[in-house]
Design a binder for this molecule. Structure first.
Ligand SMILES: Cc1cc2nc3c(=O)[nH]c(=O)nc-3n(C[C@H](O)[C@H](O)[C@H](O)COP(=O)(O)O)c2cc1C
Length: 219
């Protein structure tokens, strides 16, 4: 039986296909930032393994009158019980970045949590979405900066504050220093240039990366 699902492309049938596509299109440093984990990636591997342990038990010939995944979370009606989690520097991966993700979440009937480390102005992200958009706080710049950001988020219409507590110190994400991620995210072209791709021709994605996302100056 053919699965009754709308597929946009025969090239993208599952998440692993999307991963391979991203690997081909993104600069290595950006792909590794998204794909990598900390400290030899042991926890990352264990998390993937744990997901594989879960199997769904088929229950055939059971009458289910109301098949409804809708739920309410902190006053917001969601079409299914999952939201899109905050991912810092999303604009590195695509120029639409956080605005596009917020829009896509709303189209799917769910909400989006915007990271403190956003490449688009939080006001623009909120305006891009018809659905719930919450604000995630890292107190990167100290209390005053955090209070300023919260005030802006409240005025822009963010309705819920999400506080991340699992990052008292940043993990050693070993792929990032090898790729010169710190230099690439800085503003110095001098520091950046040795980390640029050396292949010829330089991929179009790299130009886009430099033009739109390499230095997120809007917060
Ligand atoms: C590349 C990347 C960037 C992330 N950035 C943030 C962030 O800025 N703020 C935050 O609270 N969590 C961040 N997270 C954590 C995710 O929001 C999420 O909680 C975590 O990836 C676990 O969900 P998963 O198992 O679906 O990946 C990030 C995760 C990844 C992989």
């Amino acid at each position: 039986m053919v699965a009754n699902r709308a597929l946009r492309s025969s090239q993208v049938v599952n998440i692993e296909d999307l991963r391979r596509l991203a690997e081909r299109r993104l600069p290595k440093s950006v792909f590794d930032y998204l794909d990598g984990g900390a400290e030899a990636e042991l926890t990352l591997a264990e998390n993937c393994r744990a997901f594989r342990d879960v199997t769904f038990r088929l229950r055939g010939a059971v009458a289910i009158a109301d098949c409804n995944l809708k739920t309410r979370v902190l006053g917001h009606e969601l079409s299914f019980p999952a939201m899109l989690a905050p991912v810092g520097y999303s604009r590195l991966m695509h120029p639409g970045g956080e605005m596009a993700v917020a829009r896509a979440a709303a189209t799917a009937g769910t909400g989006y949590i915007l990271s403190t480390i956003s490449g688009h102005k939080l006001e623009h992200v909120k305006a891009a979405s018809q659905g719930p958009v919450w604000y995630q706080l890292y107190s990167l710049g100290g209390r005053e900066a955090a209070e300023g950001a919260l005030d802006r988020a409240r005025r822009a219409g963010f309705s819920v504050l999400v506080i991340t507590v699992d990052t008292p110190v940043a993990g050693m994400r070993e792929r990032d220093p090898r790729n010169g991620m710190k230099e690439l995210l800085g503003t110095s072209l001098f520091a950046k240039s040795p980390m640029s791709p050396t292949s010829s021709p330089i991929p179009a994605s790299w130009h886009r990366f430099c033009a739109t996302g390499a230095c997120p100056t809007e917060s």
